[in-house]
Design a protein around this ligand. Structure first.
Ligand SMILES: C[S@@+](CC[C@H](N)C(=O)[O-])C[C@H]1O[C@@H](n2cnc3c(N)ncnc32)[C@H](O)[C@@H]1O
Length: 238
């Protein structure tokens, strides 16, 4: 087994999650949070990129706090959830350098596939990288967050890792993984940890290839249109 995954699995039960801090609804499963913290530590990560701000931000920030040059950029599409995560972080006392950014989701073609992509200024992520670790914790509803890996791959260090949550969901994250494998081939090495929380996928960036978008996926493109319509109608904010 991969050395960092093995170390994290061995240590995760020692990670403490405060009942006073853990928000419950909306946050990653507690065991996923424990693994995430233990993996960040095992990897010795210093620079982290996150999509889906919240309790996970704090879990990772605490692990990089002592490292010189630490930095975590946390991106969310929702101004409300980003502000809540920022407030929780600022009251936590953690001193890691964390920045929160809101980036609206908007449709974009990846080859023949229409996906929703976080609207960040061109070149920003590359300028702030390379990142050792990226967490993708997509919104609850299917917004086609498969795009994230295509957008940020050049900014991930070779030998760096991408973790994504809810990896067991058949119609969503499992589809994203199929798309990523088709596009990146041997440039990524994914490991699915089905037994942790709702499933975690840990993907090593093995080489710095460009994605090859070959798949024509009408269902993905239709889901993207449905998801974008929901977003515009603001149906998923509660
Ligand atoms: C699962 S949450 C992110 C959680 C974060 N990584 C954590 O561990 O706390 C993923 C996305 O869902 C959105 N979200 C969180 N709570 C929500 C809610 N109650 N209704 C709708 N969207 C929500 C956030 O804006 C975020 O983009």
């Amino acid at each position: 087994m991969n050395q960092y995954i093995a170390a994290a699995v061995g240590e995760m039960d020692k990670v403490n999650i405060s009942k006073l801090e853990y928000p419950g609804t909306g946050a990653m499963d507690p065991s996923s949070c424990r693994f995430l913290a233990a993996f960040t530590r095992a990897l010795g990560a210093k620079r982290i990129l996150e999509f889906g701000s919240g309790f996970s931000t704090l879990m990772m920030a605490r692990e990089i706090e002592a490292a010189e040059g630490n930095y975590l950029l946390s991106v969310d599409y929702s101004p409300r959830h980003s502000a809540m995560a920022k407030e929780a972080y600022e009251t936590s006392g953690c001193q890691a350098k964390v920045e929160f950014r809101v980036a609206p989701l908007r449709p974009r073609f990846y080859g023949p596939k229409l996906l929703l992509s976080y609207g960040l200024p061109k070149g920003l992520i590359e300028a702030l990288g390379p990142f050792d670790l990226v967490l993708i914790d997509a919104p609850h509803h299917d917004y086609g967050c498969e795009s994230v890996l295509y957008d940020i791959f050049p900014a991930v260090a070779e030998g760096g890792y991408i973790i994504y949550d809810d990896a067991n969901r058949a119609d969503m994250e499992k589809n994203y993984l199929r798309g990523w494998k088709s596009a990146f081939g041997g440039d990524i090495d994914p490991v699915l940890l089905e037994g942790i929380g709702n499933g975690l996928s840990v993907i090593e960036k093995v080489a710095d290839g460009r994605p090859r978008h070959r798949e024509l996926s009408l269902p993905s493109s239709l889901k993207t249109i449905a998801g974008y319509t929901r977003l515009l109608l603001n149906k998923d904010e509660d």
